[in-house]
Design a protein. Structure first.
Length: 264
């Protein structure tokens, strides 16, 4: 596995592994060539994303794309075993993997994904910030609006992160029609062990209390007077007698005050 690996705990657990495949560069070039020539790329576009994507790579023919099949087997075997050991999470044999291609103006808006998500980048080298296509990691809130960090899609690097209700991420718009597209193989590792959702504490709303003592004293004085209904905010001419009687009865039962009979 990658010799330059960095594990980040914030804002949610994720790893960035540079030089992921310790193989001859020709191996990566074969994976890239087979992925580019794959016959079943589909255009996907809606309000959340725009990109080209392949079907799940488990459906491909080993005779036609042997390098991709070998890479997927590597993910399902060695990478899955390694991930189980470092995470302590028992993973299922199921591994989803598809090819994704972001051309100029393509993007993926903030979203949260199965148990562990991965992206293996097969981009041009070097990939510069001006090309766009960064994976943006968002601060852990219910509405992802603040970017915590942006990760460039370095060639032969693997981005891996634990999926939870706070693992919000996006793909920045790819810029420059003259640049190569942002090519990757991405997917998910599955587990029967689900992460328990966070229980958010109840929102405490501030209470407003009157601060004007003069106003309070005036209100108390009017309530104590015999004609408070006539002078106060409630006028019996605009209130049905049945409603007014019920209100007075409720006030008496609640506060044990004897309200003026002339108002009732």
């Amino acid at each position: 596995l990658g010799c330059h690996s960095t594990r980040h705990k914030r804002p949610f657990p994720h790893w960035q592994l540079r030089d992921f495949l310790h193989v001859d560069s020709s191996v990566l070039e074969r994976i890239e060539a087979e992925l580019i020539s794959y016959p079943s790329w589909n255009r996907k576009e809606n309000d959340l994303y725009s990109l080209f994507q392949t079907p799940d790579l488990q459906t491909i023919d080993k005779a036609e794309q042997p390098a991709i099949v070998d890479f997927r087997n590597f993910l399902c075997d060695k990478v899955r075993t390694w991930l189980e050991n470092v995470s302590g999470v028992k993973l299922l044999s199921q591994v989803d993997a598809t090819g994704s291609c972001y051309a100029s103006t393509d993007h993926l808006l903030p979203h949260s994904d199965e148990r562990f998500a991965f992206v293996y980048y097969i981009t041009q080298e070097p990939w510069e910030e001006s090309f766009g296509g960064q994976t943006n990691i968002y601060n852990k809130d219910c509405e992802p609006t603040t970017i915590f960090t942006s990760l460039l899609p370095y060639r032969n690097s693997l981005l891996l992160f634990e999926v939870s209700d706070r693992s919000w991420h996006s793909v920045a718009e790819v810029l420059g029609e003259d640049n190569d597209p942002r090519l990757s193989i991405n997917g998910w590792f599955h587990s029967s062990q689900r992460i328990k959702p966070r229980v958010q504490s109840a929102l405490i709303l501030p209470r407003i209390s009157p601060k004007h003592e003069k106003f309070n004293a005036q209100m108390i004085e009017e309530l104590d007077s015999a004609d408070w209904v006539e002078k106060g905010p409630v006028n019996k001419r605009f209130v049905l007698q049945q409603v007014l009687k019920l209100s007075c009865k409720t006030l008496y039962l609640t506060n044990k005050f004897m309200w003026c009979s002339s108002a009732c």
